[in-house]
Each structure stands twice: as C-alpha cells, then as structure tokens.
Design a protein around this ligand. Sequence first.
Ligand code: G3I
Length: 315
Amino acid sequence: PLTLADLAERHGRYFGSATDNPELTDAPYTKILGDEFDMITPGNGMKWYATEPQQGVFDFSAGDEIVNLARANHQKVRAHTLVWHSQLPGWLTDREWTAPELRAVLKNHIQTEVRHYRGKVYAWDVVNEAFNEDGTYRETVFYKTLGPGYIADALRWAHQADPRAKLYLNDYNVEAVGPKSDAYYTLAKQLKAQKVPLHGFGLQAHLALQYGYPTSLEDNLRRFSRLGLDTALTEVDVRMELPATEEKLAQQADWYRDMTEACLAVRRCAGITIWDYTDKYSWIPAFFPGEGAALPWDEQLAPKPAYYAIREALK
Ligand code: G3I
C-alpha cells in the first residue's frame, strides 16, 4: 500500500513527522515512523538547551541520532530551531548581556550548529515565534537586547553557514489571515526587498476543535507564495477536549483533510509535518490538561479517521 509520503510525492510535496529521542527505543513506533514519512523533524534535539548546554560547548548527539535515523530511512530533515525564546540554556537566560556580547553568542550558536548539519538538512526554522498575537514583536532576550534586526542577522548567518538549506520563519496561530500573520507578511516583504536570505514561512498549525478552523488558510498560504516564498505546515495537530468521541474524531478528520487540501492547492506549499504522528507521544496532554487525541494515530499506533482523511486528500 502507498504511504502518506508516496501519496504526497505524487504532488511534489513531502509528508513528515516530528519525533524525539526517547521514543526511538519503541520499535513498533519507529517502524511506522520510518515507513510512512519522507521528512523528519527533531521535536527537541536541535534546540539551544540541547545543542549548547554550556557556553561554547556543543553537543549534537540528540540531533545526530535523528539525522542518522532519517538517512537510514531515506528521509529528509526539517531542522528546528536556532533562535527561540523557549528551551534556552541557563547560562544564556540567567545573566544580562550587552548587545555586542549577545550578538557574538547568537552568531556563534547559529553558525556552529548550521555548519554541523550543513548538507544534511533540507530546511531550518531559523527564528521561531518572533511575534505576539497582536503582531508586535515578542519581547525576547534577543529582541530586547538586539532590536528587530536580529532576525535578518540570524538569516544571513545561517545562510553563510549552509547556503543550500531553506531558511524559514515559523510560528503558531498564523494559519488564518490576521494581525499575527500580517506581521509576518510585512516582515517577509521587507526582508525580500532587502535581499535577506529568507526562503519560507512555516505555519505550525497547532489547532484545537474548540477554537474553530482557520478558513482563510489557503488564501494566507497563497499570499506568502506570491512573495516568492515557500510555505509549509510544520507542526500540525488538532487537539480536542477529552474524551474523544466519534463525532469529534470525525470533525478532526475533516480538519486534517482541509489542511492537506489547502497545502495541495497552493503551488509553493512544500509539505506538511505533523507534531509526532501518534497520541502516544503528543505534547498536548502535558501542556493542556484535559485535552489530547490530537494526532492521526491513536495511543496504540492504530490509524484514526484523520489518517484516512489525509490519504483521501492526497489521492
Ligand atoms: O528533558 C527533560 C527531562 O530531563 C525531565 O525529566 C522531563 C520532566 O518533565 O522534562 C524533560 O524536558 C521536557 C522536554 O520537552 C523534553 O522532553 C520539558 O519538560 C517539556 O516542556 C518539553 O516540551 C517540548 C516543548 O516544545 C517545550 O516548549 C515538547 O516536547 C515539544 O514537542 C514542544 O515543541 C514546540 C515546538 O518546538 C515549537 N512550537 C510549539 C511546540 C509545542 O510546544
């Protein structure tokens, strides 16, 4: 039978999953991970706390394990993430930095990590979650110390270190047209006009049934395409209030189908990544108590209605 990756490839797209190192000892899990997808993203292993736990001391073991697994399975890697306010190492957050100091720290982190994975990854989420819901810049340590120019600098440094990797900005709650996605649209336009190496916009797409479907998703993808950017759905899941009922699972399936169709309808939507593929390893229950069942495979690794809906959309 054709896999999600096979079906997506017929449209010139990829179909990916996030994974995380502790799960890789679960053989039934890694079997499906290796069979069904052609793109893999480390859910945590390439983040700053994992890769530079002490200043200037790099540890790429977690990311390498996933890159090696992907290579063994003939899969590509979407790398995640270089600059983010969350999951930073203590040495970075527990003191004050002058602008020149932090600039040097940021450049060294980006270039050391991107160089390490040069030629081994398809794309990088260079800056993750840079804006607030109202479209103002998020007041991260990078923004507060370096100003908004840290984004263009990060893209330029990453591009120097791996000129072939596609460089993305990535965020959540940007699926619909609205203040937050508008902020990215404006920024992307400026960066393109300034010839900053930006190649794509990643929409995480962590959706929740209780908040409604972002019906302007396709239009939104299209306007970024028109700027000359790739787009991708990068961390898809559709959570619900538990218990999951047949009705909720059917609605979830519709949403997965609609998202897949939206990506296929827009030429430069490069592909879709789900934020792990099974409810067994979803981040949702730990972060949103009482919610879950967000992924296309259940906790027993059995496909749910959402899985069949994605297949239909890809046929
Ligand atoms: O590594 C420690 C472990 O030593 C400890 O025993 C355990 C106890 O709680 O925690 C472990 O750290 C956890 C880490 O994942 C690794 O498993 C953290 O508590 C936990 O908060 C962290 O969650 C990750 C989350 O990002 C942090 O914000 C999720 O796994 C990861 O899927 C999630 O991914 C993010 C994307 O990077 C960006 N977009 C949103 C998405 C969901 O939050």
